[in-house]
Design a protein around this ligand. Sequence first.
Ligand code: GUN
Ligand code: ZN
Length: 640
Amino acid sequence: MFETQFKDAMGRVGRLYVRGRTVETPLIFPVINPNIDLITPGELQGMGFEGVITNSYIIYRNEPLRGKALKSGVSGLLGFDGVVMTDSGSYQLYQYGSVEVSPEEIVRFQENIKSDIGIILDIPTPPDAGHARAKADLEETIRRAKAAAHLKRDMLLGGTVQGSTHLDLREESAKAMADLDFDIYPIGGVVPLMESYRFSDLARIIIHVKRHLPPHKPVHLFGAGHPMMLALAVALGCDLFDSAAYSLYAREGRYLTTTGTLKLSEMRTLPCQCQVCSEHTIDELRASPEKTRLLALHNLHVTKEEIDTIKEAVHDGSLWELVEMRCRAHPNLLEALRILRDYPLEDYEPLTKPSAFFYTGPESLHRPEVKRHRERLKRITTSAKTLVLLSKQDGDSPGRTGSNREYHLCYLSPVFGIIPTEIEEVYPLAQHLYPRILDEPQRSMMKRAVKEYSKGFSRVLIDRALQDWGIEGEVLENLEIEADTEVKMKALADYQFGAGAGEVLFKGCRGRYARTGRLRHIFDGETLVATVRASDGIIVPALEGARRLLRLPWPRNRVVVEDEEVCRFVREGKSLFAKFITDCDPEIVPGSEVLVVDREDRLVNWGRAALDARELIAFKRGVGVKTRGSMANDESPVSS
Ligand code: GUN
Ligand code: ZN
């Protein structure tokens, strides 16, 4: 069982329940060879690693190890008191072309040695294999997966996705595995891609595979352990990792960092504060008879530290900033970052985050938040004939000047392009930072944005700063334009809930402004319809607002719960757990304000979605919608 706690990009901090234990993801399992004891399992535990992975085939083939594992379990054999994952011998199959165990036998064996998470004996096909071979291998893997799925008892079982570098086969593989209800979904056959730094091929594979895997199951990236690529892999939706990198690199005298690999023989200092690096000078480390072991400890330390850094980034909403930083460590990582622009990742991106959007270079112009803004901008319509474009100046206070029925006032952002003043406080439009010296991609993006957006207007006025940015238009002189609250309210609603929402939600309403000059409460007569949240400009409907939103056509903004007992609880103000959700609006993302409805489309409650649309339907654990109201005393259920 798996549950999500925090989300950012497609990444998540989650909880995985394994045989009575709970571990937090993203989680990395250091590889332990049961024969070689470079770092002891006890040491790994002491460093805070909650899981290890070992090879069940090595144990199976070795009489004394096998006897001990069958007697005291694999965790007893290793002396590791945590989650033990076992691999199946696929890697040996890949290396030597065959293994001396049947696919069924090795799954049974993993179960018998009480592995917590076992893996099927999949066939890793190397990158760039011919399509026919990759397909034949895949068919055999799928056949084995079907046979293995029946063998499972209480061990969690991983059904590995293969397909080489053929994206069609990767998708086919993901779909076939998804149908088999495995507990975890490893992505296999990617070690050679990582060894040769083919990160863009890797990123494509992850994205194509993730699309078809059940969103409520953890995804494991086989053989990923270099700390410089973990942030990217998490952002694309990988939850579990295993790596022998810490020891393989140590044996070659290599020192891992989050920005690449250094050779100990060529270094001058130890730029790290782990125990090894702070207790040794570089000369001592080089001369130590324990050099390999000490390097391995350092390598483990940076890997663990990077996982913790990634978790923090997911929690505070700065995962993309971390990814953009890490992807500048190597041109091939930067290439991987650049291919992301080809994919609609905005379908999964949280609506709002606790931290600001930082522009770190031209790649930021293609971030999901930016693409979403461009799409949602089309939802706003105006009756104005004159477009006024302003550069945002530090210290401009919101509220007083703004769009009305004659003038459509917009800021031109060097990151988001056109930002109508109506929505200027909405995250991340008011929460983005960029250097004052613009780069060429920003300039051309702004020109394109203005050209496109100006189309519907008969006149375009611009301020002087925009002229300096090379934007064309009539320069405006001291035009005082008073904001129209109704225009603002409607645009806010359309932008957040979809075209037409402003009309049903705020027709005939009036706004009340806070002392800061920001629109805060929206009333119809004495009835509160909605609040505009100060921190991110998101409209939070009150009961009346939720009722009105229900007039928008099905399935917009809705989350459906059919069970009547559950409806009763949710109506009283309890949160809605994901496992009870039967259907929802496919456009919901984490942080969306949604309506909870019953099977007759009556309002049960309303609140904030914790997950995206696919996840809301799939997850079996955890909160789906954190509800806001209580309708317990409401005698009149509302229908549309
Ligand atoms: N370890 C590294 N790559 C793979 C793979 O593709 N399959 C399995 N089972 N283990 C691996
Ligand atoms: Zn160190």
